[in-house]
Design a protein around this ligand. Structure first.
Ligand code: ACM
Length: 548
C-alpha cells in the first residue's frame, strides 16, 4: 500500500523490488545526487565513481518544475528525475518513506528493500510553513535543527522564526550587544491559567542564537530545501528591545526619560512600542544587515506589524509632527509607512517583507509585501484582492498552540479545539474566491506560539500529527480518503525518529495535564469563536488588548 505522507500526485506499484544496500553508489550530477544522499543519510550512500552505474541514478529534467520529481523503482535500481536540487531532495525523502521504518533511525538497519513503484510528484503550494515562537520560550539551536529535519520529512519548506517579542530577543547583535546581553533573558515567568491570580515560577529563562548559530541554521535548512524566514516583530511587542535600548521608546521622544520597560515575564499584549522616527529605522537596518549577513541568501524577512498599541505615538508631539511632515493622516497610516520603510530597506537587499495582517489593514504597504492573515478569511481575501501575496495563517485551524481536545487531561493550552480533522478540512485556497485572488494564495503555515510551550517535548506534542495534516493539504491538496491509514503508518516513522507527538488516542500518561499548573482548563477560549471575533475587526489596533 502507498503509505506516503504527504500524498504524491501519482503513485503506481509495479512488480519486483530492489535491495538498496547501505553504502550503495548514487550516480548523477553532484548537487542532485548529493541531495538524495542527504535525504537518505542513514543509509550512508556514496557518490558513484566515474563510469560506475548507480544503485540510485539521478538525472536533471528541465521539464519538471521547482521541487518536482519522478521516482521509479524496479528490480534493476532506483531512477530519479528532478527539475532542481529541492526536487531531488524530496525524491530522496519519498524513497526513505518507501523503506522500512528503520530508515528513520540514526543507526542503520540491515534490510533495505524498496517495492517497485512509479511516483510522480510536485507541490500544490509554494509556501508550506512552520512558525516557531522562540521568543516566549527559547528553543535551543539543536531543537531548531531537529525541526528542520522533521520539516524535510514532511516536505515543508519555510521555517518562520519569531526571533523577538516582549518576553525576549533571541539573536546576537555585535552592533547593539545589549540586545542579547539584556534582552535575551527574564528573571521569572508567569505560570498557570490566565484567569487565576498571577503566580511566577521564580526561574530565570533565556537564550539566544549567536550569529554563527544563525549561519549554521540557515545553511542546514538550505541543504534540506527549507528557507528560514527570520521575524523581527516591530514596532510593537517591543519590551525586550526597549529593555536593552530605552532610547528607541516612543515615550522617549522629545528628550523625555520615561520609566524603562523590562523584559516581560507574563503574557498578553504590552503597550511598549518603538518610535517610528529615523533613528529606529537606522537601528533596525543595522540589525537586519547582521541577520542577513549571518543567514546568507534570505528571500523573505518578516517584520511583524501585529498587535500594536499606537497610543504612545499619538501622545508624542515629535511623532505627530513627523506624521504631519510625511503628509499622513493618522498614526495608523504612520504604522503602515514605518513597515513600508523597512520593506524598502529589505528590497534594497533583495529580500521581500512579510507582515501580519494588521499592517495591511493600517494602510498602504509595498505591493510586493506578503501578508499573513491570522485574523481569518475576510482580511485574507481583502489582502489578495489588493494584490498582495498571501500565506494563510488563520487562528482556526492553524494556531497549534490550541488544544486538540477540550479536556482537563490535556496540557494547558491557550484555548481549544483544533483537531487533525480540522486541519485536513481546511482549504487554504477558497473555491468561492475569484481566480485572480486565489492565485495570490502562495501557501499555508502552522503557528506554534510558545507562551504555554515551555520546551521541545511540549512543542512535539502540539506540532504532530497536526503538522502532518498541514503538510498533506499544502503539498497534496484535498486529503485522500486513505489519509487516516497513511497517518497511522507514518506515526511509526515519527516513533523511529523519537518524536513525542500526541497519539491519536490521546496523551500518554506522562503527557497528561496532571493536577498542577500544567492542567488544561477547557471552556475559556474557543478557537472558532476567537476567529469570528477577530474577523469583525477592521482596524489595526482592534486586535490589541493592552494588559499592562
Ligand atoms: C498574532 O497572533 N499576533 C500574529
Amino acid at each position: 500500500m502507498n503509505a506516503l505522507l504527504p500524498r504524491p500526485v501519482a503513485f503506481e506499484t509495479s512488480t519486483g523490488s530492489f535491495e538498496l544496500s547501505p553504502g550503495a553508489p548514487v550516480a548523477g550530477p553532484a548537487d542532485l545526487a548529493g541531495a538524495v544522499r542527504l535525504a537518505l543519510s542513514t543509509l550512508d550512500l556514496r557518490p558513484a565513481a566515474a563510469g560506475e552505474a548507480g544503485a540510485v541514478t539521478v538525472e536533471h529534467d528541465a521539464s519538471l518544475g521547482h521541487e518536482a520529481y519522478t521516482l521509479t523503482v524496479t528490480g534493476q535500481g532506483v531512477r530519479i528525475s528532478a527539475g532542481d536540487r529541492q526536487g531531488a531532495f524530496y525524491a530522496g525523502q519519498t524513497l526513505r518513506q518507501l523503506l522500512p521504518d528503520a530508515a528513520f533511525r540514526a543507526a542503520p538497519g540491515e534490510s533495505w528493500s524498496v517495492p517497485g513503484v512509479t511516483v510522480k510528484d510536485a507541490p500544490r503550494l509554494a509556501w508550506r510553513g512552520v512558525h516557531l515562537d522562540v521568543a516566549r520560550h527559547f528553543l535551543p539551536k539543536r531543537e531548531v535543527l531537529r525541526m528542520i529535519d522533521l520539516m524535510a520529512v514532511h516536505k515543508l519548506n519555510r521555517l518562520h522564526l519569531h526571533l523577538v517579542d516582549d518576553q525576549g530577543w533571541r539573536v546576537e547583535s555585535r552592533a547593539y550587544p545589549r540586545l542579547h546581553e539584556v534582552g535575551s533573558h527574564r528573571p521569572r515567568t508567569i505560570v498557570g491559567h490566565h484567569e487565576d491570580d498571577p503566580v511566577y515560577d521564580g526561574v530565570p529563562h533565556g537564550g539566544y542564537y549567536t550569529l554563527d548559530d544563525l549561519a549554521e541554521i540557515g545553511g542546514y535548512a538550505r541543504a534540506r530545501a527549507v528557507t528560514v524566514v527570520p521575524e523581527i516583530d516591530v514596532p510593537g511587542h517591543a519590551c525586550a528591545i526597549l529593555a536593552a535600548y530605552p532610547e528607541l521608546d516612543a515615550r522617549a521622544t522629545g528628550g523625555r526619560t520615561p520609566e524603562p520597560f523590562t523584559v516581560l515575564d507574563r503574557w498578553g499584549i504590552s503597550t511598549a512600542i518603538l518610535s517610528p522616527l529615523p533613528p529606529t529605522v537606522e537601528f533596525l537596518t543595522v540589525v537586519i544587515d547582521e541577520i542577513l549577513g549571518a543567514l546568507g541568501e534570505t528571500p523573505y524577512v518578516h517584520i511583524g506589524g501585529d498587535e500594536c498599541v499606537l497610543d504612545d505615538w499619538a501622545a508624542s508631539p515629535e511623532i505627530v509632527a513627523f506624521q504631519a511632515e510625511l503628509g499622513l493622516e493618522n498614526v495608523g497610516d504612520l504604522h503602515a509607512w514605518f513597515l513600508r520603510r523597512l520593506a524598502d530597506v529589505l528590497a534594497e537587499r533583495g529580500s521581500r517583507a512579510v507582515v501580519w495582517d494588521e499592517a495591511f489593514v493600517s494602510g498602504t504597504l509595498r505591493p510586493d509585501t506578503i501578508v499573513m492573515p491570522w485574523r481569518g478569511p475576510g482580511v485574507a481575501q481583502r489582502a489578495a484582492q489588493a494584490g498582495h501575496d498571501v500565506v494563510q495563517t488563520p487562528v482556526f485551524p492553524l494556531y497549534f498552540d490550541y488544544a486538540e481536545v477540550a479536556s482537563e487531561e490535556e496540557p494547558l493550552a491557550i484555548g481549544e479545539t483544533i483537531t487533525v480533522g480540522d486541519v485536513l478540512a481546511y482549504e487554504p485556497v477558497p473555491s468561492s474566491w475569484p481566480d485572480a485572488q486565489r492565485e495570490r494564495v502562495i501557501g499555508a503555515q502552522f503557528q506554534l506560539w510558545s507562551e504555554r510551550l515551555p520546551d521541545a517535548r511540549a512543542l512535539d506534542y502540539r506540532a504532530w500529527p497536526r503538522g502532518c495534516a498541514l503538510a498533506e493539504i499544502a503539498w497534496s491538496g484535498a486529503p485522500g480518503a486513505d489519509f487516516d491509514t497513511r497517518l497511522e503508518r507514518h506515526l511509526r516513522r515519527l516513533d523511529a525518529l523519537g518524536v513525542e507527538y500526541r497519539p491519536l488516542s490521546g496523551p500518554r500518561p506522562w503527557q497528561l495535564g496532571g493536577t498542577g499548573p500544567r492542567r488544561h482548563r477547557p471552556g475559556f477560549v474557543n478557537a472558532e469563536d476567537v476567529m469570528k471575533r477577530l474577523e469583525g475587526m477592521t482596524h489595526a489596533a482592534d486586535s490589541t488588548r493592552p494588559s499592562m
